[in-house]
Design a protein around this ligand. Structure first.
Ligand code: PEP
Ligand code: MG
Length: 604
């Protein structure tokens, strides 16, 4: 078979280039276990290896059972007990052992074959209970297979042995984060949109990433040389020597471009005529603090604290949270840090909370809704934040506020926690600011009312766009509809900013829109006070803002508000700003919507 270069297009979500060998993460890889012959002397050892994997699976299930029983309830924990009992089912195990003896083949191959046969047989029955049991058996079987294929992974779906480009159908943020932190140099996903949380995490860790690449896992071989072009949203597998050379040059140019931006590190984010906008960093992990200054950001505009709750069996304690928040506020001094209460739900789930599956999680028990139903977790977090506020300027931000009642309830909790701290003589900032995220359309509509209760607004455009346009932010099939320049979004943004300013409170944007240089100019024209984005986006946003006059940005806003189509808005934005983009040699394809705009090269 000749190896052919193939090019796939997707959505660029984290800029930069990576070249490396692919590791194709496939949750069901176990079922594709290959057959290997055994020598008769190896049979007993193989049977012991198989039984060990079964014991390991039983231990893993019992551990999960205990964790869920402790953190949620016995009912939800039962399923793991039932799954572990399936491992006592002699039929499947005995049959596999007998196959090993008679066929002299490896256990993963024979067990996978028995498992498939078993499932096929069960599927012939038209019985819902049997079908439900079916998926449990498949789950348990896959666990045993994973243990056989990789006994050191302790049941995890994916582990990385070497530096690689990680390619997968989909990866939730909880699974992606450790992999990206460990050994991935690039990320390619079949699923996902520009603002899915796995994409945001790749950007935070500065790992080039392309998502929404349909069917790539069907074509890519394990270990294939793979180029990830996170600038223009392209993946090349098995590149020719010519393509590799071309990409080496692109990579060099990109590094030169990045280095050029470093000169902006210490200059303020302001227009030519001196209108100043604070450019801050979004962080997901406290380690990121070390890098924000290097990118020229001023403080933290959004700390997504839910990532602290990830991949662990217990939620972090008050003291542990306090230490982290303190480290963050001290790390950004004399600037401030906006620390957001947990936004769990949506595409971020944490096993220790044992939350039941929801049909529509983005519309479900997410963020503040969850916190107001688990007030122990909420108050613990508020207490830790308040205690940290004694060590620097910490501002608290509440996600997914949909109306006044919720915000007033939050204020009552905050007041009660302050009283507790006072009673215990624990210091905190008595004037701590409490902000509302405006990311649910109902909150945008009553922004004038909320502005009387909140100390600041932070607009979460990722969700505001998703909920206003009814477009799932993580679904690549509708990513073309996810459009920050939709006239409805522009109107909402202006309404929110004006409502905040009429009430005398500052307004910031912390969604991905803030990190796109051209969008940032529009927001400046609307009068935004702060923009918060992934650190790596700060230099190019700063560069474009420093190239324009405030009056130009305002005029642009006036003119785009008169457009009634997305296309009309885009054309106008590009016509007005292309000269600056070219002059500054900016990469404008950091986000999907910019992909529709002509690239600087083609527009030249
Ligand atoms: C947003 O919705 O724009 C936002 C910043 O929050 P998140 O991406 O964490 O939902
Ligand atoms: Mg949000």
């Amino acid at each position: 078979m000749t190896i052919r270069e193939r090019i796939f297009d997707g959505i660029a979500v984290s800029a930069g280039y990576a070249v490396g060998r692919s590791h194709v993460a496939n949750r069901d890889a176990g079922l594709k276990a290959e057959a290997h012959p055994l020598h008769p002397d190896e049979v007993d050892g193989e049977i012991s290896r198989f039984l060990e994997a079964v014991t390991q699976a039983r231990d893993q299930l019992m551990r999960i059972h205990r964790q869920v029983a402790e953190t949620l309830d016995a009912k939800h924990a039962e399923i793991y007990l039932a799954q572990s009992m399936m491992l006592d089912d002699a039929d499947l195990l005995d049959a596999t052992i007998s196959d090993i003896r008679t066929e002299l083949l490896n256990s993963e191959f024979l067990f996978a074959r028995r498992l498939n046969l078993h499932i096929e047989l069960m599927q012939q029955f038209d019985d819902e209970i049997l079908k439900a049991r079916d998926s449990d058996i498949m789950d348990v079987g896959n666990r045993v297979l994973r243990n056989l294929l990789n006994p050191h992974a302790d049941g995890r779906c994916v582990t990385l042995e070497a530096w690689c480009v990680l390619v997968a159908h989909d990866l939730p943020p909880s699974e992606a984060t450790p992999l990206l932190k460990e050994k991935a140099i690039g990320l390619v996903l079949e699923k996902g949109g520009p603002t899915s949380h796995t994409a945001i995490m790749a950007k935070a860790l500065e790992i080039p990433a392309v998502v929404g690449v349909p069917d790539i896992t069907k074509f890519i071989e394990e270990g294939a040389i793979t180029i990830v072009d996170g600038v223009f949203g392209r993946v090349v597998i098995n590149p020719t020597a010519e393509t590799l050379l071309a990409y080496e040059e692109k990579q060099r140019d990109y590094l030169t471009y990045e280095r050029g931006l470093e000169t902006l590190r210490d200059v303020p984010g302001e227009t030519i005529d001196g209108y100043s906008v604070k450019l801050r960093s979004n962080i997901e992990l406290p380690e990121e603090i070390a890098h924000i200054e290097g990118h020229g950001a001023k403080g933290v505009g959004l700390f997504r604290t839910e990532f602290l709750f990830l991949n662990r069996s217990e939620p972090p304690s008050e003291d542990e949270q306090f230490r982290i928040y303190r480290q963050v506020v001290e790390g950004v001094k004399p600037d401030s840090a906006v620390v957001r209460t947990i936004d769990i739900g949506g595409d971020k789930f944490f096993s220790h909370m044992g939350l039941p599956t929801e049909l529509n999680p983005f519309m479900g028990q997410r963020a503040i809704r969850l916190c107001l139903q688990h007030t122990d977790i909420f108050r613990t977090q508020l207490r830790a934040m308040l205690r940290a506020s004694a060590y620097g300027r910490l501002r608290i931000l509440i996600p997914m506020i949909s109306g006044i009642e919720e915000f007033l309830e939050v204020k009552r909790h905050l007041k009660a926690v302050k009283q507790e701290l006072r009673a215990n003589h624990q210091p905190f900032d008595a004037h701590i600011e409490l902000g509302a995220m405006i990311e649910v359309p109902s909150a945008a509509v009553v922004a004038d009312m909320l502005a009387r209760e909140a100390d600041f607004f932070s607009i979460g455009t990722n969700d505001l766009i998703q909920y206003s346009l009814a477009v799932d932010r993580g679904n690549e099939k509708v990513a073309y509809l996810y459009e920050p320049l939709h006239p409805a979004i522009l109107r909402l943004l202006r309404t929110i900013i004006n409502a905040g300013h009429d009430a005398g409170i500052p307004v910031s944007v912390c969604g991905e829109m803030a990190g796109d240089p051209m969008m940032a100019v529009i927001l400046v024209g609307m009068g935004i006070d702060e923009l918060s984005m992934s650190s790596m986006s700060v230099p190019s946003v700063k560069k474009l803002i420093r190239s324009i006059q405030l009056s130009e940005a305002k005029l642009l806003v006036e003119d785009i508000m008169g457009q009634n189509t997305i296309d009309g808005v885009k054309k106008l934005v590009w016509r007005r700003l292309r000269r600056y983009v070219k002059q500054n040699k900016l990469h404008v394809s950091h986000l999907s919507h910019a992909n529709d705009m002509p690239s600087p090269a083609s527009a030249a």
